[in-house]
Design a binder for this molecule. Structure first.
Ligand code: SF4
Length: 470
């Protein structure tokens, strides 16, 4: 009987079975940022323990970093304290940190892939929910809590129970103007925000096979929004091509050996899954969230649902709550809803291809009067590339504020925040209440090109119409 990639990676990293029945799993790579690591180091110190494999942990700063003025000390004292703390902890423990002066700083889930640290067949963890992003390379990548960060630092292992594997297959050619973000939102809408509980999602099918690595990263990034602890894609030539030549990629003979090993991790053709879901690419439209959970989404031409149409009492309650918070009427159109803020960035859609695509469409055009439009590259490497290719200038000339690398308005643990009940068209991954910094702020998740269309028109718009995409 064939095995899935999940089973193969699991078996390759199994250290043993613990007395409570869980598996002790070796962790190949540990990523770290400034928010969830200080307490872990504190616990380590209290226990008198050392970091066992400092060479397997990589740190950066992203959540709290301002994207306009990064002069130090940072204006926000708490942010400055976190910055000092991670620098100290990394220096004391011999951990490599991609700090702001390095030119390699950025959102942790962008830095790993861009530097070639993220590779197929790895077990990868980070004290951050969106660690699933790294699964795009064919690794088991999971978000962990602070005590688990401590455990990984101390032992380079983690106590885990295996997940079931759901094969989510998307077949066919995407319609023009439909992106990986739309695919991800569509899947979450179909399977539910809790539909992936207890599962790893293996994304496959001809649509996924045809995706670039940037698109695959977007898709896996959102696996956790469907409650799948991790999402992954089998490694193929697209994967290897992306990794080749990056800073941490193997070279020479080691490269050939690595590719052979990486290929061996791909799911067998006769692998057995706990569940299989097949979706037709044709059915996916440019998708926008209308509610306060990523699964509360609709195609751009659809109307906001009514509680009366809810399948059960729980969905009805959730719909009522979301409509109230979002100040939307049942049956109203999402298209045409005025927005005040537009944000392109985050670990979901802050990559070079996102900015290239949007730049192509907005060149020579202007952001609508009164709209605050932010473009925030997810990493310094991406920012540099955007400058070199003239992309940053296209954004600036269009009226976007072109910012420095960081999480920015995805989470608003930095000065980029919504004010009052502003509506934000956002390329990020969470539309929870208050997520973007104002307790009454409203987030509409969509693809970067849809955010760009909203920025140019001042309202939720169909990018296909605005940019003549056919
Ligand atoms: S961009 Fe958003 S989701 Fe990604 S790591 Fe930063 S805060 Fe988390």
């Amino acid at each position: 009987m064939g095995k899935t990639l999940y089973q193969k990676v699991w078996d390759a990293h199994k250290v043993g079975i613990l007395p409570d029945g869980r598996t002790q799993l070796f962790i190949a790579t540990h990523f770290m940022h400034e928010v969830t690591s200080p307490q872990a180091f504190g616990m380590l110190r209290d226990l008198g323990l050392k970091v066992i494999h400092p060479e397997r942990t990589f740190a950066t700063v992203d959540h709290i970093i301002p994207t306009d003025d990064q002069s130090e000390p940072l204006a926000d004292e708490r942010a400055e304290a976190m910055l000092r703390e991670i620098r100290k902890n990394c220096a004391e423990n011999g951990i490599r940190m991609f700090d702001m002066p390095s030119g390699l700083q950025g959102i942790v889930h962008m830095v790993g892939p861009e530097l070639g640290i993220t590779q197929p067949g790895m077990t990868i963890v980070c004290g951050d929910s969106h660690t699933a992003t790294h699964g795009a390379f064919g690794s088991i990548a999971m978000g962990i809590g602070t005590t688990q960060v401590r455990d990984v630092l101390a032992t380079q292992t983690l106590a885990q129970t295996p997940l079931k594997v759901r094969n989510v297959r998307v077949e066919g050619k995407l319609r023009p103007g439909v992106t990986a973000k739309d695919v991800a939102l569509h899947i979450i809408g179909l399977l539910g925000a809790n539909g992936g509980l207890g599962y790893a999602y293996e994304f496959g099918g001809s649509t996924i096979d045809a995706m670039s690595m940037d698109e695959r990263l977007t898709l896996c990034n959102l696996a956790i929004e469907g409650a799948a602890r991790c999402g992954y894609i089998n490694p193929d030539e697209t994967t290897f091509e992306y990794i080749k030549g990056r800073l941490f990629a193997p070279t020479g003979q080691a490269w050939d050996e690595a590719v052979a090993r990486w290929k061996s991790f791909a799911s067998d053709p006769d692998a057995v899954y706990d569940d299989i879901v097949t979706i037709s690419a044709e059915d996916i439209a440019p998708t926008v969230t209308w509610g306060i959970s990523p699964d509360q989404n609709i195609g751009i031409d659809q109307t906001v649902p009514s509680p009366d149409d809810a399948a059960n009492a729980d969905t009805r309650k959730a719909t009522v709550e979301a409509l109230q918070y979002m100040k939307l009427e049942p049956g109203s159109r999402i298209k045409g809803l005025p927005v005040q803020v537009c944000f392109i960035g985050s670990c979901t859609n802050g990559r070079i291809s996102d900015f290239r695509t949007v730049a192509h469409y907005i060149k020579g055009r202007k952001v609508a009067p009164g709209i605050k439009a932010l473009a925030v590259p997810g990493s310094q490497m991406t920012a540099k590339q955007c400058e070199e290719e003239g992309i940053a200038d296209i954004f600036r000339e269009a009226g976007f504020e072109w910012r420095l690398a960081g999480c920015s308005m995805c989470l608003a643990m930095n000065p980029d925040k919504l004010v009052g009940d502003q509506v934000c068209a956002s390329s990020s991954n969470r539309n929870f209440k208050g997520r973007q910094g104002s307790p009454t702020g409203r987030t509409l998740l969509m693809s970067p090109v849809m955010v760009a269309a909203a920025a140019l028109t001042g309202k939720v718009s169909d990018a296909r119409e605005i940019f003549n995409i056919h």
